[in-house]
Ligand binder design. Structure first.
Ligand code: 13P
Length: 251
């Protein structure tokens, strides 16, 4: 079951050493002992999934989960270098799919993301499906919603309760130019209206502890997908603490 509490996802991308991964994961776990109104999902690099899981499973917390950053679009076979959903299904509960960095650097498209979503669901992994527009001028609620509809084509409505959406405008990723929170709320609202109220919608793009609350106070924004700020344990814990602090449901 996906949590009803605000959801904070850490996307470490390809940035941590094993030592970094263990230190951040341990710090977050320790801080979460005191936080019971937030769900946190750490998404390490593939090679650190096992050691991070090992570390966290010594003192498990029900609101601290592990996710992967990608899976193969194939289930098994002769695909050198690929990692399948079934290989990691015992390590993770979530997987980030369709991130713009997969699309721009590895030629993935809406069809690829769709195949990966189906495979993740088949293996009982909750997909965190990213969607967003490339440029600020392209920004429109309809553009984003239509893109998401195409990505989710062939996914049944019953499955929507097992999917998280991450609205990540590409121009806001890694730029320190975060999107207006009112606009993000409008996008999240529209996604729920047009697709399903069961979908939880997160925001990602230059989130930090200074701006996190701006999003969390909004009714339709269910959490955050954090890149750079998730690499600094103290900063990330602060974001989790803001989410835990009951910022949801006010807006
Ligand atoms: P930043 O938070 O570094 O902008 O990255 C966002 C992101 O891509 C999360 O998936």
């Amino acid at each position: 079951m996906i949590s009803e509490h605000p959801i904070i996802v850490a996307n470490w991308k390809m940035n941590t050493t094993l030592a970094d991964a263990i230190i951040i994961a341990s710090s977050v776990r320790k801080a979460l002992e005191e936080m019971h109104h937030v769900e946190v999902i750490l998404c390490p690099e593939f090679v650190w999934l096992y050691p991070v899981k090992e570390k966290l499973s010594k003192f498990p917390l029900s609101n601290l989960k592990i996710g992967a950053q990608n899976i193969s679009q194939f289930d098994n076979g002769s695909y050198t270098g690929e990692i399948s959903a079934q290989m990691i299904k015992n390590l993770v509960q979530f997987v980030i799919l369709g991130h713009s960095e997969r699309i721009s650097n590895f030629d993935e498209d809406e069809n690829t993301t769709n195949k990966k979503i189906k495979l993740a669901l088949d293996h009982d992994i909750y997909p965190i499906v990213c969607v967003g527009e490339r440029t600020k001028s392209e920004t429109s609620v309809t553009f984003v919603v239509n893109k998401l509809k195409r990505i989710l084509k062939t996914i049944s409505h019953e499955e929507y309760q097992n999917i998280l959406i991450a609205y990540e405008p590409i121009w806001a990723i890694g730029t320190d130019k975060e999107a207006e929170s009112d606009y993000v709320d409008e996008v999240a609202k529209k996604i729920k209206e047009e697709l399903s109220d069961d979908l939880k919608v997160l925001y990602g793009g230059s989130v930090d502890s200074e701006n996190a609350s701006n999003y969390l106070i909004h009714r339709h924004i269910d959490g955050l997908l954090v890149g750079r700020a998730s690499l600094k344990a103290r900063e990330f814990v602060e974001i989790c603490s803001l989410a835990n602090g009951g910022c949801d449901d006010i807006g």
